[in-house]
Ligand binder design. Structure first.
Ligand SMILES: Nc1ncnc2c1ncn2[C@@H]1O[C@H](COP(=O)(O)OP(=O)(O)OP(=O)(O)O)[C@@H](O)[C@H]1O
Ligand SMILES: [Mg+2]
Length: 313
């Protein structure tokens, strides 16, 4: 296991100084046309060509019964980069994320996180490695029996043993980072859908993770709330400088949050590159997804969301 420096705060120094080995098809960071709030600064992605791979998925296969869901996934995410995994509902995006965080075991293939082969780790080592992840689960996965503050504080209490005023202060800091001061006493049932997503985000970054995985962070939100969450994700990426994977079926969210986009189709990554690469691609699966795949968020009206041509402007 690689030791991590104690960062203590939510700010972190530039980590991307070591040249990486084989970066596969996703070599080279760079924000292409997706420039966001981090561009033009030294923090965040797009820090030249020296970023090392933090997550490497190689030839990953997974079946449930006779249903082959992952059929040889290859994906590399570089230090500080935000990789969007885009694909239609049911194509295996959540299953892929669960493999990356070690919640599912592959039938075959390899997942290397910070140089550690996940499939070779014992339960204890896996648990230690998971401490370096923050995950925003599809649907939020907040505990309804706990207050907002208890939800956000749970990882700090369980894994760092933090209590009392220190815990309350840290919880408040994390909630402020997602624009939700003074709600820690509320129950999740008293929050709107967008607020719940924010709380889930605050909990995901509670332990100052190196890696943040977002599973459908904007699904189920109205367009305005979805946009706020997209903006929040980018702002957090600048602030905590984590390496991230954002899983979505929403092209607009993909464009806004991603440095690179990986399009999943038929159990494989069909294309990995910038939004421009996606737009220029003549790959049939990519064209089909772009033509049909701009699924509106549940509960929103399709015409209230940007059209594909707006997304690609
Ligand atoms: N634990 C499981 N046991 C059996 N089948 C599963 C399991 N988890 C996922 N699947 C199946 O794997 C396929 C991919 O599921 P997954 O949840 O990854 O889709 P997804 O791309 O995340 O879809 P969505 O966009 O709707 O969230 C689905 O057919 C699903 O039924
Ligand atoms: Mg899913």
């Amino acid at each position: 296991m690689t030791e991590r420096p104690d960062r203590g705060t939510t700010e972190r120094p530039d980590r991307g100084t070591t040249a990486g080995p084989d970066r596969g098809a996703t070599a080279g960071p760079g924000r292409g046309t997706t420039a966001g709030p981090c561009s033009g600064t030294t923090a965040g992605p797009g820090r030249g060509t020296t970023a090392r791979p933090v997550i490497e998925v190689r030839d990953l296969w997974k079946s449930f019964g006779d249903q082959e869901v992952l059929r040889g996934i290859n994906l590399t995410v570089l230090d500080g980069e935000t990789m969007v995994v885009l694909g239609p509902s049911g194509c295996g995006k959540s299953v892929l994320l669960k493999h990356v965080i070690g919640l599912m075991k592959p039938d075959r293939g390899s997942i290397i996180v910070e140089g550690n082969e996940l499939t070779g780790l014992d339960a204890r080592e896996l648990k230690d490695l998971r401490m370096r992840f923050g995950m925003v689960f599809q649907g939020g996965a907040l505990f309804d029996s706990m207050t907002v503050g208890e939800n956000v504080g749970l990882p700090l209490k369980e894994h760092r043993g933090i209590k009392g005023d220190e815990l309350a202060d840290l919880v408040e800091t994390k909630l402020e980072m997602v624009g939700l001061a003074e709600v820690s006493h509320l129950q999740p049932s008293e929050l709107s859908g967008g607020m719940k997503k924010r709380v889930a985000l605050a909990r995901a970054i509670a332990l100052d993770p190196d890696i943040v995985l977002y599973d459908e962070p904007t699904t189920g939100l109205d367009p305005i709330m979805a946009e706020q969450i997209n903006e929040l994700i980018r702002a957090l990426q600048c602030k905590i400088n984590a390496t991230s994977i954002v899983v979505t079926h929403d092209l607009h969210s993909a464009k806004f949050t991603g440095d690179k986009i990986a399009l999943m189709h038929d159990g494989r990554i069909e294309l990995c590159g910038t939004m421009d690469d996606l737009r220029r691609s003549d790959n049939e699966a990519v064209r089909t997804f772009i033509a049909r795949g701009h699924a509106p968020a549940i509960g929103s009206t399709a015409d209230a969301r940007p059209t594909d041509s707006e997304v690609f402007e």
